[in-house]
Design a protein around this ligand. Structure first.
Ligand SMILES: [Zn+2]
Length: 326
Protein backbone atom coordinates (compact mmCIF):
# COMPACT_ATOMS: atom_id res chain seq x y z
CA UNK A 1 0.00 0.00 0.00
CA UNK A 2 0.98 3.58 -0.28
CA UNK A 3 0.20 6.71 1.63
CA UNK A 4 -1.28 9.89 0.31
CA UNK A 5 -0.26 13.39 1.27
CA UNK A 6 -2.77 15.33 3.30
CA UNK A 7 -2.97 18.13 0.76
CA UNK A 8 -5.09 16.06 -1.64
CA UNK A 9 -7.29 14.42 0.99
CA UNK A 10 -10.44 16.53 0.41
CA UNK A 11 -10.37 15.60 -3.28
CA UNK A 12 -9.98 11.92 -2.48
CA UNK A 13 -12.75 12.01 0.09
CA UNK A 14 -15.04 13.47 -2.55
CA UNK A 15 -14.14 10.59 -4.88
CA UNK A 16 -15.36 8.00 -2.39
CA UNK A 17 -18.75 7.78 -4.03
CA UNK A 18 -20.92 4.69 -3.88
CA UNK A 19 -20.69 2.14 -6.65
CA UNK A 20 -23.49 -0.30 -7.46
CA UNK A 21 -22.67 -3.77 -6.17
CA UNK A 22 -22.42 -6.42 -8.88
CA UNK A 23 -23.03 -10.05 -8.00
CA UNK A 24 -21.40 -13.14 -9.45
CA UNK A 25 -20.38 -16.30 -7.72
CA UNK A 26 -17.44 -18.65 -8.06
CA UNK A 27 -18.39 -21.27 -5.59
CA UNK A 28 -16.41 -24.10 -4.13
CA UNK A 29 -17.72 -24.48 -0.62
CA UNK A 30 -17.43 -27.21 1.95
CA UNK A 31 -16.97 -27.75 5.65
CA UNK A 32 -13.56 -28.24 7.20
CA UNK A 33 -11.99 -31.00 9.23
CA UNK A 34 -9.67 -30.64 12.18
CA UNK A 35 -5.91 -30.82 12.02
CA UNK A 36 -3.75 -30.17 15.07
CA UNK A 37 -1.13 -28.28 13.05
CA UNK A 38 -0.41 -24.89 14.65
CA UNK A 39 -3.60 -25.27 16.65
CA UNK A 40 -2.32 -25.73 20.17
CA UNK A 41 -3.48 -23.32 22.82
CA UNK A 42 -0.54 -21.39 24.24
CA UNK A 43 -1.82 -21.60 27.80
CA UNK A 44 -2.32 -17.87 28.33
CA UNK A 45 -5.65 -16.47 29.48
CA UNK A 46 -6.81 -15.06 26.15
CA UNK A 47 -8.31 -17.40 23.56
CA UNK A 48 -6.10 -15.62 20.99
CA UNK A 49 -2.65 -17.23 20.97
CA UNK A 50 0.17 -14.98 19.78
CA UNK A 51 2.43 -18.05 19.52
CA UNK A 52 0.00 -19.63 17.10
CA UNK A 53 -0.25 -16.39 15.12
CA UNK A 54 3.54 -16.28 14.89
CA UNK A 55 3.59 -19.88 13.64
CA UNK A 56 1.06 -18.95 10.94
CA UNK A 57 3.25 -16.01 9.97
CA UNK A 58 6.42 -18.11 9.78
CA UNK A 59 4.66 -20.73 7.70
CA UNK A 60 3.83 -18.13 5.06
CA UNK A 61 7.36 -16.68 5.04
CA UNK A 62 8.77 -20.19 4.67
CA UNK A 63 6.99 -20.55 1.32
CA UNK A 64 9.16 -17.68 0.01
CA UNK A 65 7.90 -14.38 -1.39
CA UNK A 66 4.21 -14.78 -2.33
CA UNK A 67 4.52 -12.92 -5.61
CA UNK A 68 1.68 -13.69 -8.05
CA UNK A 69 2.55 -16.07 -10.91
CA UNK A 70 5.14 -17.96 -8.82
CA UNK A 71 5.12 -21.48 -7.35
CA UNK A 72 5.38 -20.06 -3.81
CA UNK A 73 2.25 -18.01 -4.41
CA UNK A 74 0.29 -21.01 -5.66
CA UNK A 75 1.44 -23.22 -2.76
CA UNK A 76 0.48 -20.55 -0.24
CA UNK A 77 -3.01 -20.27 -1.74
CA UNK A 78 -3.53 -24.02 -1.29
CA UNK A 79 -2.35 -23.84 2.32
CA UNK A 80 -4.56 -20.85 3.16
CA UNK A 81 -7.60 -22.61 1.73
CA UNK A 82 -6.74 -25.73 3.74
CA UNK A 83 -6.42 -23.75 6.97
CA UNK A 84 -9.68 -21.87 6.46
CA UNK A 85 -11.53 -25.15 5.86
CA UNK A 86 -10.38 -26.22 9.33
CA UNK A 87 -11.77 -23.22 11.16
CA UNK A 88 -14.65 -21.91 9.02
CA UNK A 89 -17.99 -23.28 7.82
CA UNK A 90 -17.66 -22.38 4.15
CA UNK A 91 -14.78 -21.40 1.88
CA UNK A 92 -15.05 -19.80 -1.57
CA UNK A 93 -11.99 -19.33 -3.76
CA UNK A 94 -12.37 -16.82 -6.58
CA UNK A 95 -9.82 -16.89 -9.39
CA UNK A 96 -9.39 -13.83 -11.57
CA UNK A 97 -6.82 -12.40 -13.95
CA UNK A 98 -6.13 -8.71 -13.36
CA UNK A 99 -3.77 -6.74 -15.58
CA UNK A 100 -1.11 -4.82 -13.66
CA UNK A 101 0.04 -1.28 -14.37
CA UNK A 102 3.09 -2.75 -16.13
CA UNK A 103 0.94 -5.04 -18.31
CA UNK A 104 1.43 -8.34 -16.55
CA UNK A 105 -1.59 -10.68 -16.46
CA UNK A 106 -1.77 -12.18 -12.96
CA UNK A 107 -3.12 -15.58 -11.93
CA UNK A 108 -4.80 -14.26 -8.79
CA UNK A 109 -7.04 -15.73 -6.10
CA UNK A 110 -9.22 -14.17 -3.44
CA UNK A 111 -9.99 -16.60 -0.62
CA UNK A 112 -13.23 -15.95 1.27
CA UNK A 113 -14.67 -17.88 4.22
CA UNK A 114 -17.61 -17.65 6.59
CA UNK A 115 -18.00 -18.54 10.26
CA UNK A 116 -21.65 -19.12 11.23
CA UNK A 117 -23.03 -18.12 7.82
CA UNK A 118 -26.59 -18.15 9.18
CA UNK A 119 -25.90 -15.15 11.43
CA UNK A 120 -27.27 -11.96 9.87
CA UNK A 121 -25.05 -9.45 11.67
CA UNK A 122 -21.63 -9.87 10.07
CA UNK A 123 -18.12 -8.47 10.39
CA UNK A 124 -15.64 -8.97 7.55
CA UNK A 125 -11.97 -9.40 8.48
CA UNK A 126 -9.50 -9.02 5.63
CA UNK A 127 -5.80 -8.88 4.81
CA UNK A 128 -3.76 -9.20 1.63
CA UNK A 129 -1.80 -12.42 1.21
CA UNK A 130 0.43 -11.49 -1.75
CA UNK A 131 3.81 -9.81 -1.38
CA UNK A 132 5.45 -7.02 -3.37
CA UNK A 133 7.60 -8.12 -6.33
CA UNK A 134 10.24 -5.46 -5.66
CA UNK A 135 11.90 -4.04 -2.54
CA UNK A 136 11.88 -0.63 -4.21
CA UNK A 137 12.37 1.26 -0.94
CA UNK A 138 15.49 -0.67 0.05
CA UNK A 139 18.46 1.42 1.19
CA UNK A 140 20.67 -0.54 -1.21
CA UNK A 141 19.88 0.30 -4.86
CA UNK A 142 21.22 -3.11 -5.90
CA UNK A 143 18.42 -4.82 -3.96
CA UNK A 144 15.49 -2.79 -5.25
CA UNK A 145 14.44 -5.46 -7.77
CA UNK A 146 14.50 -8.21 -5.12
CA UNK A 147 11.08 -9.54 -4.01
CA UNK A 148 9.93 -8.53 -0.53
CA UNK A 149 9.69 -11.41 1.97
CA UNK A 150 6.62 -9.75 3.44
CA UNK A 151 6.77 -11.05 7.01
CA UNK A 152 5.00 -7.86 8.04
CA UNK A 153 3.56 -6.57 4.75
CA UNK A 154 1.23 -9.43 3.99
CA UNK A 155 1.92 -12.36 6.30
CA UNK A 156 1.20 -10.59 9.60
CA UNK A 157 -2.40 -9.63 8.81
CA UNK A 158 -3.17 -13.08 7.40
CA UNK A 159 -1.58 -14.73 10.45
CA UNK A 160 -3.60 -12.74 12.96
CA UNK A 161 -6.83 -13.43 11.07
CA UNK A 162 -6.08 -17.18 10.82
CA UNK A 163 -5.47 -17.25 14.56
CA UNK A 164 -8.67 -15.30 15.18
CA UNK A 165 -10.53 -17.90 13.12
CA UNK A 166 -8.94 -20.71 15.12
CA UNK A 167 -9.70 -19.02 18.45
CA UNK A 168 -13.30 -18.19 17.51
CA UNK A 169 -13.85 -21.74 16.29
CA UNK A 170 -12.36 -23.22 19.48
CA UNK A 171 -14.36 -20.94 21.78
CA UNK A 172 -17.78 -21.79 20.34
CA UNK A 173 -18.35 -18.29 18.96
CA UNK A 174 -21.91 -17.84 17.66
CA UNK A 175 -21.59 -14.51 15.83
CA UNK A 176 -21.17 -13.82 12.13
CA UNK A 177 -17.60 -13.36 10.92
CA UNK A 178 -16.34 -13.47 7.35
CA UNK A 179 -12.72 -13.71 6.30
CA UNK A 180 -11.21 -12.45 3.08
CA UNK A 181 -7.62 -12.96 2.00
CA UNK A 182 -7.19 -10.67 -0.98
CA UNK A 183 -4.58 -11.14 -3.67
CA UNK A 184 -2.70 -8.65 -5.86
CA UNK A 185 -2.63 -5.79 -3.36
CA UNK A 186 1.02 -4.92 -3.60
CA UNK A 187 1.89 -4.95 -7.33
CA UNK A 188 1.23 -1.23 -7.55
CA UNK A 189 2.78 1.93 -8.93
CA UNK A 190 3.16 4.85 -6.52
CA UNK A 191 1.95 7.24 -9.20
CA UNK A 192 -1.31 5.38 -9.81
CA UNK A 193 -3.75 4.74 -6.93
CA UNK A 194 -5.91 2.38 -8.99
CA UNK A 195 -2.95 0.03 -9.61
CA UNK A 196 -3.05 -1.17 -5.98
CA UNK A 197 -5.51 -3.48 -4.22
CA UNK A 198 -6.56 -5.32 -7.38
CA UNK A 199 -7.99 -8.23 -5.38
CA UNK A 200 -10.09 -5.95 -3.19
CA UNK A 201 -11.30 -4.12 -6.29
CA UNK A 202 -12.36 -7.45 -7.81
CA UNK A 203 -14.13 -8.51 -4.62
CA UNK A 204 -16.02 -5.22 -4.38
CA UNK A 205 -17.17 -5.45 -8.00
CA UNK A 206 -17.90 -9.21 -7.94
CA UNK A 207 -18.83 -10.24 -4.39
CA UNK A 208 -18.85 -14.04 -3.98
CA UNK A 209 -22.34 -14.04 -2.42
CA UNK A 210 -25.55 -12.47 -3.70
CA UNK A 211 -26.44 -9.22 -1.91
CA UNK A 212 -23.37 -9.51 0.27
CA UNK A 213 -23.56 -6.75 2.90
CA UNK A 214 -21.57 -7.12 6.11
CA UNK A 215 -22.23 -4.38 8.66
CA UNK A 216 -18.53 -3.51 8.85
CA UNK A 217 -15.06 -4.57 7.76
CA UNK A 218 -11.68 -4.55 9.54
CA UNK A 219 -8.53 -4.64 7.44
CA UNK A 220 -5.27 -5.71 9.09
CA UNK A 221 -2.08 -4.57 7.35
CA UNK A 222 1.44 -4.60 8.76
CA UNK A 223 0.34 -5.71 12.22
CA UNK A 224 3.54 -7.47 13.33
CA UNK A 225 6.37 -4.95 13.19
CA UNK A 226 8.81 -4.06 15.94
CA UNK A 227 7.97 -0.66 17.39
CA UNK A 228 4.59 -0.60 15.66
CA UNK A 229 2.19 2.28 16.25
CA UNK A 230 -1.41 2.12 15.10
CA UNK A 231 -2.94 5.51 14.48
CA UNK A 232 -6.43 6.02 13.07
CA UNK A 233 -6.26 6.10 9.27
CA UNK A 234 -8.04 8.95 7.49
CA UNK A 235 -10.40 7.06 5.12
CA UNK A 236 -11.32 4.68 7.95
CA UNK A 237 -12.22 7.57 10.19
CA UNK A 238 -14.39 9.05 7.42
CA UNK A 239 -16.09 5.72 6.71
CA UNK A 240 -16.69 4.23 10.16
CA UNK A 241 -15.72 6.47 13.08
CA UNK A 242 -17.81 4.40 15.52
CA UNK A 243 -15.85 1.22 14.73
CA UNK A 244 -12.57 3.11 15.00
CA UNK A 245 -13.72 4.37 18.38
CA UNK A 246 -14.54 0.83 19.55
CA UNK A 247 -11.14 -0.47 18.44
CA UNK A 248 -9.03 2.27 20.00
CA UNK A 249 -11.14 2.31 23.17
CA UNK A 250 -10.82 -1.47 23.53
CA UNK A 251 -7.07 -1.17 23.02
CA UNK A 252 -6.77 1.46 25.73
CA UNK A 253 -8.86 -0.61 28.14
CA UNK A 254 -6.73 -3.67 27.38
CA UNK A 255 -3.43 -1.99 28.20
CA UNK A 256 -2.36 -1.41 24.60
CA UNK A 257 -2.72 2.38 24.60
CA UNK A 258 1.00 2.76 23.89
CA UNK A 259 0.67 0.78 20.64
CA UNK A 260 -2.75 2.09 19.56
CA UNK A 261 -2.22 5.86 19.54
CA UNK A 262 -5.60 7.57 19.45
CA UNK A 263 -5.16 10.21 16.78
CA UNK A 264 -6.05 10.44 13.10
CA UNK A 265 -3.05 10.30 10.78
CA UNK A 266 -2.50 10.07 7.05
CA UNK A 267 -4.71 8.53 4.36
CA UNK A 268 -3.61 5.18 2.97
CA UNK A 269 -4.51 3.61 -0.35
CA UNK A 270 -5.24 0.08 0.82
CA UNK A 271 -7.72 -2.79 0.51
CA UNK A 272 -10.39 -1.03 2.56
CA UNK A 273 -10.90 1.73 -0.02
CA UNK A 274 -12.69 -0.41 -2.67
CA UNK A 275 -14.92 -1.81 0.10
CA UNK A 276 -15.85 1.69 1.29
CA UNK A 277 -16.62 2.64 -2.30
CA UNK A 278 -18.93 -0.40 -2.53
CA UNK A 279 -20.83 0.67 0.59
CA UNK A 280 -19.14 -1.47 3.27
CA UNK A 281 -18.08 0.72 6.24
CA UNK A 282 -14.46 -0.29 6.71
CA UNK A 283 -11.42 0.55 8.81
CA UNK A 284 -7.75 -0.21 8.32
CA UNK A 285 -5.58 -1.14 11.30
CA UNK A 286 -2.18 -0.30 9.88
CA UNK A 287 1.22 0.54 11.39
CA UNK A 288 1.62 4.23 10.62
CA UNK A 289 3.88 6.21 12.93
CA UNK A 290 3.21 9.89 13.47
CA UNK A 291 6.01 11.95 11.96
CA UNK A 292 7.72 8.85 10.55
CA UNK A 293 5.37 6.96 8.26
CA UNK A 294 5.27 3.21 7.75
CA UNK A 295 7.67 0.83 9.49
CA UNK A 296 11.28 1.31 8.29
CA UNK A 297 11.20 -2.19 6.77
CA UNK A 298 8.31 -1.26 4.45
CA UNK A 299 9.00 -2.41 0.86
CA UNK A 300 12.59 -3.34 1.74
CA UNK A 301 14.51 -6.62 2.02
CA UNK A 302 14.38 -6.09 5.80
CA UNK A 303 10.68 -6.99 5.91
CA UNK A 304 11.64 -10.40 7.29
CA UNK A 305 10.88 -12.51 10.33
CA UNK A 306 13.74 -10.98 12.36
CA UNK A 307 11.83 -7.69 12.38
CA UNK A 308 8.58 -9.17 13.66
CA UNK A 309 7.59 -8.61 17.29
CA UNK A 310 5.21 -11.23 18.63
CA UNK A 311 3.85 -8.64 21.10
CA UNK A 312 2.52 -6.59 18.20
CA UNK A 313 0.66 -9.63 16.84
CA UNK A 314 -0.66 -10.25 20.35
CA UNK A 315 -1.90 -6.68 20.83
CA UNK A 316 -3.78 -6.58 17.53
CA UNK A 317 -5.18 -10.08 17.91
CA UNK A 318 -6.44 -9.53 21.42
CA UNK A 319 -8.02 -6.19 20.55
CA UNK A 320 -9.84 -7.53 17.49
CA UNK A 321 -10.93 -10.67 19.36
CA UNK A 322 -12.51 -8.47 22.04
CA UNK A 323 -14.15 -6.18 19.49
CA UNK A 324 -15.73 -9.24 17.85
CA UNK A 325 -16.87 -10.98 21.02
CA UNK A 326 -17.82 -8.23 23.49
ZN1 LIG B 1 3.07 -3.20 0.64
Amino acid sequence: MIYIRRIILPILAALLTLLPAACTANSNASSGTSDPEESQESGNASPFSADSAFAFLKRQVDFGPRVPNTAAHRATAEWLEHKLRQYCDTVIVTRFSPLTFDNVRLDARNIFAQINPEASDRTLLLAHWDTRPWADHDDDPALRRTPVEGANDGASGVAVILELARALHASGFKGGVDILFVDAEDWGDEGDDSSWALGAQHFAQHPPLTAYAPKEAILLDMVGGKGATFTREYFSQQSNPALNQRIWQTAAQSGYGDIFTDRVETAVTDDHVPLIQAGIPAVDIIDYRAGEGFAPTWHTTQDNIDNIDIRTLEAVGNVVFKVLTQ
